[in-house]
Design a protein around this ligand. Structure first.
Ligand code: AFP
Length: 336
């Protein structure tokens, strides 16, 4: 087909146009995208590749790992170790950071990833995905440690996700808008299918796990009650609800047609501020959402400005269409 732009072509053009995409960052993104292709291939095999079910181990979060969690993590580590673009990696599935082995050259970037987001959906054939974030290793004289990764989301130089669904897509930002590439399975290449994705400011759709409703804090109760009242309440319009339980899939819907995604902190355990991880999920997705003209807060402040204190820390998340994110954030400010 004529006029097709592949990911490689797109990245080289970005490099020429903006001069802000260094060659090593471009290569790093290509390696991540290639790893996502391999993960997609394995996800697609499912039971035929003996990939379903539990791996019989737990990750650092105390969650039971699925076989595909482990396989996807290994694919990303192996693909990115030898390219010479990275100083270190961190994965939601690993307790410690992963240093580049001595035998390989080191680069000036740090890569973080959630290898398989939405793993509860693996065995039931519902969309899942990979999320990644790239930071600079600022002090090159020092071997990276956990502290090197503890940078605010505003410092990200690239972020993206892949969704393994009816189609496999790769959504990317390097700070110049959000672009979506679809995997052409016959040719094995990523083809640009959407440029400059925009999240409409207004929406009639929301995503939240409502089974936690009785534990929510008052600002969230107030906001959701108003949505549930629909036309009969003060919002004077009906709202629709969707919940995939794979953040990537919910976010991809929101990037395409608007909506608000919420995973709030609740009253059960004050030491657990929400379920999602700041470094592997909230920061990269917040970068993408803001680049698509949406908003992302933890109810109090912009997610991208939060200063992480731990690699695996969790955070409350409200993101998507700006008008709704602003409203629920205002309720948090008003209600303390
Ligand atoms: P898993 O990868 O452990 O399945 O977690 C997925 C996730 O972090 C996010 O992708 C979902 O939006 C959310 O958790 C689902 O949470 P519930 O299990 O509470 O629905």
């Amino acid at each position: 087909m004529q006029g097709r732009i592949t990911l490689t072509q797109y990245l080289i053009e970005q490099q020429r146009q903006h001069n802000s995409l260094p060659a090593d960052l471009r290569l790093l993104i290509e390696v991540v995208a290639r790893a996502c292709k391999m993960i997609s291939h394995n996800v697609g095999k499912g039971a035929l590749g003996n990939f379903l079910g539990s791996a019989g181990s737990e990750n650092v979060q105390g969650e039971v790992q699925k076989k595909l969690d482990v396989v996807s993590n290994d694919i990303l580590l192996e693909a990115n170790e030898w390219g010479g673009n990275l100083a270190a990696m961190a994965s939601e599935e690993l307790e410690q950071i992963h240093l580049i082995p001595h035998r390989y050259p080191k680069g000036e970037y740090l890569l973080l990833f959630d290898p398989l987001d939405g793993s509860s959906n693996i065995d039931v054939n519902v969309s899942i995905g990979t999320i990644f974030s790239v930071l600079r290793h600022t002090d090159k004289t020092r071997t990276p440690d956990e502290q090197s990764f503890l940078q605010a989301g505003t410092q990200q130089v690239a972020a993206g996700y892949a969704v393994y669904g009816p189609q496999t897509v790769f959504v990317l930002t390097t700070g110049h808008g959000v672009h979506c590439f679809t995997l052409d399975r016959e040719l094995g290449s990523w083809v640009l299918t959407q440029s400059n994705m925009r999240i409409p400011h207004a929406t009639h759709e929301y995503a939240i796990n409502a089974s936690n409703a009785r534990h929510w804090h008052p600002p969230v109760q107030r906001y959701i009650n108003e949505l549930l009242m629909g036309k009969d309440g003060e919002r004077k319009q009906d709202f629709n609800m969707r919940w995939v339980a794979s953040m990537v899939a919910d976010v991809h819907r929101i990037l395409n047609r608007g909506g608000i995604f919420m995973y709030p902190a609740d009253q059960r355990d004050p030491t657990k501020p929400g379920r999602l991880r700041l470094m592997y999920e909230a920061n990269p997705i917040a970068f993408i959402v803001e680049q698509a003209h949406g908003a992302a807060t933890n109810g109090q402040q912009r997610i991208l400005e939060l200063m992480p204190t731990q690699l695996h820390e969790r955070v409350a998340v409200f993101l998507g269409s700006k008008d709704e994110v602003d409203r629920v954030t205002r309720y948090h400010h008003e209600m303390g």
